[in-house]
Structures are given as structure tokens and as C-alpha cells.
Design a protein around this ligand. Structure first.
Ligand SMILES: [Zn+2]
Ligand SMILES: [Zn+2]
Ligand SMILES: [Zn+2]
Length: 203
């Protein structure tokens, strides 16, 4: 007898008494209902409830489904940034951009290689995530990275063109000549200007 576990939440029981396993004994009743509603991440296939605010999720502009930011290997910073991107940068899940077909092709090739064409064998979420991150970045991701790059450049240029920061950059105290005995010089922190408040109020 095999041990039944919900593939979505890991529960070993289908739910409270009276609840039944769903989807060929792969999901508990609650997850099965959520799955039917379409409340599952298209990458890891795990279900989420509408009240689930705990994990970071991003909505696909194409199919309107929600995807775990972890499943897209997005860092917390990138996740936060995505929310502040201009309207031209919209997130799309693998099914809605070109990655979906590439992913399917890779998975089918692998299945062929091990000759397990069993439809019921689903790839591990971890494996799907690994394949996805090895694919060329989707448009939304490259656009986002470009946006970050442009932002960084703007900040750097702003600092270079700012009078207060220029003074700091040109401060001769930072550069010291080598001591005459030829010993390598230790970095001297006291010689570096670090009055960043001046920068903050001047920008
Ligand atoms: Zn479950
Ligand atoms: Zn997921
Ligand atoms: Zn989508």
C-alpha cells in the first residue's frame, strides 16, 4: 500500500472527516477544490487560497494566474521592483511567453530518454524551476534588468554632476602618496570623507 500525500500541501489526510482525496489521490479535498478554481501556480502546480498573503506571488498579465516569485527565481528586491515598474514592463508566466514551449520540449525529451512516458509522472517543481532559470531570460526580465541598469546609471550620473558629491570625489585626502620606505600603505579610514548627509541634502 502506498502512502497517500497531498502533492500540493503535503497533508497526509484528505481533510476533516468526510473529506475525500481528489485528482487520483494526489490532492486533499481543499487543494483539489482550489485547483479546480484555477488557484494554482502554473510552475510548481501548488495551490493557494485567495486569503494566502504569506508568500510572494506575481500575477501573469496574460492568463491572470498567480505565480510564486520563488518559482521565477526572483529575489525579494526584484519582486519589489517588479511592482514599481512602468506599465510597459508586465510579467508573463512561462505558459504565456516563449518559455512554455521550450520547457515542454525539454521535459518531453527527458521523458523520452528515460522511457517513462507515464502521463501521471509530473516533473518536480524544483526541476522545472531549474530548467526555467537556464533558459534565456524572458522579455519582462530583460526589460526589468535594463530598467534597473538605467536607474543605477541615472543615480551615478546624478552623483557625478552634483556639487556636493563632486567635492567628496575630488577630496585630496582620499589619495595619499606612498610612504618613502616603500612599505605598502594600509588603507586609512580616517582619511576618507564620509559625510553622506551632505549628499543627501544636496541632491
Ligand atoms: Zn492539500
Ligand atoms: Zn509555484
Ligand atoms: Zn500566464
Amino acid at each position: 500500500m502506498r502512502c497517500v500525500r497531498c502533492q500540493s500541501c503535503g497533508a497526509s489526510k484528505p481533510g476533516a472527516s468526510g473529506c475525500k482525496w481528489t485528482h487520483d489521490f494526489t490532492m486533499c479535498q481543499r487543494c483539489g477544490d482550489l485547483y479546480e478554481k484555477g488557484n494554482f501556480c502554473p510552475i510548481c502546480q501548488r495551490c493557494y487560497s485567495d486569503e494566502d498573503y504569506e508568500c510572494r506571488m506575481i500575477q501573469c498579465a496574460g492568463c491572470k494566474r498567480w505565480v510564486h516569485s520563488k518559482c521565477e527565481s526572483l529575489s525579494v528586491e526584484m519582486y519589489t521592483l517588479l511592482a514599481h515598474m512602468p506599465n510597459s514592463v508586465t510579467y508573463k508566466c512561462p505558459d504565456c511567453d516563449s518559455r512554455g514551449s521550450q520547457l515542454k520540449q525539454i521535459l518531453t525529451e527527458r521523458a523520452d530518454a528515460v522511457e517513462t512516458l507515464d502521463e501521471s509522472i509530473k516533473p518536480e517543481p524544483e526541476e522545472v524551476r531549474k530548467i526555467l532559470s537556464s533558459l534565456p531570460p524572458p522579455t519582462w526580465k530583460s526589460l526589468m534588468e535594463k530598467e534597473v541598469q538605467t536607474g543605477l546609471e541615472a543615480v551615478t550620473m546624478g552623483l557625478f554632476h552634483n556639487r556636493a558629491t563632486c567635492c567628496i570625489l575630488k577630496n585630496p585626502g582620499v589619495v595619499k602618496s606612498e610612504p618613502s620606505d616603500g612599505k605598502p600603505m594600509k588603507p586609512d579610514d580616517s582619511a576618507r570623507p564620509h559625510d553622506l548627509f551632505a549628499v543627501r541634502f544636496a541632491v
